[in-house]
Ligand binder design. Structure first.
Ligand code: DCP
Ligand code: MG
Ligand code: MG
Length: 350
């Protein structure tokens, strides 16, 4: 089988870096992007100076401020991030049609067809071009499959660069922590740790049957991934089934008036993330409400028009049934599962 050449690219502290680029006085200081309301907000991300204090993306702002009182908070400006994202995806597409966008700042590229230079050379070129054209840094990983390319891009962040060639791979990845495997999130990591499985090497000691017993369908994948084997293709036209945006509050709300601005914030972010074509292919819209008692409800409706009022109506309809303290609110859309081919974009960056 021919060995593939896969690149994984991910921008460094993306939203925060854009803000720093546009306001250089922030450079060298801890910066968080997110709601600037220290009582209710949540961070989207933060720069590496802030991470030294234990601040992380998705952390409630008040906790971030406890860890790092001098943290500079900036409200997100999604339009700027989307612009930067479009620029980087245009660069990717100059190299290959096989670009799979994972989010605004992240993509896999299959560059197997480029034979006149090493994939590592191509990756460096892309990294430099992104820096020149956006003023921003990203990290790249180069390998012969998606799993290892992604691990590579995360290994030396920020402005990282790492090549993982196939020779003696299962030996060389033995000490990598299990949480570097795609699909191994917090819950699976904890489960593995409880069983004394901390590294790829620990997984390699298990039989396929052990892994199936403990992790079900994910077992055979874990068996392969822990040995650096991954057959997933880069899928440029991968269909997105849904898109949603949600906000968790650090205090609960039970008044519709107080919830409405959050609903609007979710809607606005979703509108920005939606592609022009995507917005024509929405089948249903939905609202998610999580109550203070952690019970959760969603209400879904066939799409008539993509307007805030439609989401608000849907929300009101559901909230009237149970007007109690709310801890999370979200808006979402579901797409038609078989989209007409001619409407597909060459690449969809979330
Ligand atoms: N993002 C968000 N909410 C999250 C996760 C991410 O709003 N829960 C946004 C903010 C990030 C951007 O998406 O800047 C990209 O996400 P990444 O996970 O790639 O994180 P960063 O690029 O910020 O940092 P890193 O350098 O670790 O990639
Ligand atoms: Mg990133
Ligand atoms: Mg990312």
């Amino acid at each position: 089988m021919k060995v593939k050449k896969i690149i994984h690219f991910d921008m460094d502290y993306f939203y925060a870096q854009v803000e720093q680029r546009d306001n250089p006085s922030l450079i060298g200081k801890p910066v968080g992007v997110g709601s600037d309301n220290p009582r209710r907000g949540v961070l989207c991300t933060c720069n590496y100076e802030a991470r030294k204090f234990g601040v992380k993306g998705a952390m409630p702002t008040f906790i971030a401020l406890k860890k790092c009182p001098q943290l500079i908070l900036i409200k997100p400006a999604f339009k700027k991030y989307k612009e930067a994202s479009e620029t980087i995806f245009n660069i990717f597409k100059q190299y290959t049609n096989l670009v799979q966008g994972i989010s605004l700042d992240e993509a896999y590229l299959d560059v197997s067809h480029i034979t006149d230079r090493y994939a590592s050379r191509v990756a460096k070129e892309i990294q430099e071009k992104v820096k020149r054209e956006t003023g921003l840094t990203g990290s790249v990983g180069v390998s012969y499959n998606k799993l290892l390319a992604k691990i590579g891009s995360e290994m030396n962040k920020p402005y990282g660069y790492c090549v993982l060639p196939p020779d003696r791979i299962s030996e060389r990845i033995k000490n990598f922590p299990v949480e570097w495997i795609s699909g191994v999130g917090k819950v699976t990591t904890e489960k593995m740790h409880r069983q004394g499985i901390k590294t790829f090497g620990d997984l390699q000691m298990k039989t396929k049957l052990d892994l199936i017993n403990d992790f079900g369908n994910f077992g055979p994948k874990l068996f392969n991934y822990s040995r650096g084997i991954d057959h997933r293709e880069v899928e440029p036209h991968r269909e997105r089934k849904s898109l949603s945006v949600e906000r968790t509050f650090s205090e609960n709300y039970y008044e519709e008036k107080k919830l409405e601005p959050w609903l609007r914030e979710c809607f606005n972010e979703m509108a920005l993330r939606l592609d022009v074509f995507d917005s024509k292919l929405i089948k249903n819209i939905f609202i998610k409400i999580k109550y203070a008692d952690f019970s959760q409800t969603t209400i879904e409706r066939a799409m008539s028009e993509f307007t805030f009022e439609n989401f608000l109506n849907l929300f009101q309809e559901r909230f009237q049934v149970k007007p109690e303290a709310v801890r999370l609110i979200g808006t979402g859309v579901k797409f038609y599962s078989h989209r007409p081919k001619q409407l597909m974009l060459p690449c969809v960056a979330t």
